[in-house]
Design a protein around this ligand. Structure first.
Ligand code: APR
Length: 181
């Protein structure tokens, strides 16, 4: 499923984010940038041990923001950067989770644009072990990308944003949210 916003496109795709040939891949990281399971484990595995070494030098990232490193072994696929986005842990919905989730997406988009990326992939940030309900996260994630692509003036570089959704139920939730956007 795909929709156009401004000069850019937003696509939904089901699968492992490390299989995509995009300029930048976003991972759902923790604020210590220590690596982990889920999508972060897959990205660190695919990028190789130099990714964790690069993260150690950054001193962490605050929740609701993102930082950028090289993609190391993912460069074999044409990926130039890994963006480490730190989404919120779900605490019931009254602890600023929505704003922090939007911040993590927004800063990732800014970093991709600042580094002249034409294409960027996102996982569904915070909806795994961090427990953010996918049905609440999806409209926030998609609207943040839409607003970035449709902004005036338009982004100079970013043209394609792909959501790599690992499982079918998550893909279905995002597909419904994209239709309703
Ligand atoms: N590609 C795309 N999506 C994936 C992949 C993958 N290879 N592996 C898992 N996912 C999906 C999950 O199914 C979920 O829908 O990514 C989404 C986010 O789940 P998590 O990876 O658990 O991320 P999050 O909820 O943000 O929790 C972050 O998990 O491993 C740690 O270091 C990470 O501490 C941080 C926390």
């Amino acid at each position: 499923m795909q929709r156009s916003f401004g000069r850019g496109s937003l696509e939904l795709w089901q699968g492992d984010i490390t299989r995509l040939a995009v300029d930048a891949v976003t991972t759902a990281a923790n604020s210590g940038l220590r690596g982990g399971g889920g999508v972060d484990g897959a990205v660190h595995h695919a990028a190789g041990p130099r990714l964790l070494a690069a993260c150690r030098g950054l001193g962490g990232c605050r929740t609701g923001s993102a930082v950028l490193t090289p993609a190391f072994d993912l460069a074999d696929r044409g990926v130039r950067h890994v963006i480490h986005a730190v989404g919120p842990i779900w605490r019931g919905g009254e602890a600023d989770e929505d704003r922090m989730l939007v911040g993590a997406y927004r800063r990732s988009l800014e970093l991709a644009e600042e580094h002249a990326c034409a294409s960027l992939a996102f996982p569904s940030i915070s909806t795994g072990v961090y427990g953010f309900p996918a049905a609440r996260a999806a409209p926030l994630a998609l609207a943040t990308v839409r607003d970035f692509l449709a902004a005036e003036p338009a982004p100079a570089h970013l043209r394609r944003v792909v959501f790599a959704l690992f499982d079918r139920p998550t893909l279905d939730v995002y597909a419904r949210a994209l239709e309703a956007l």
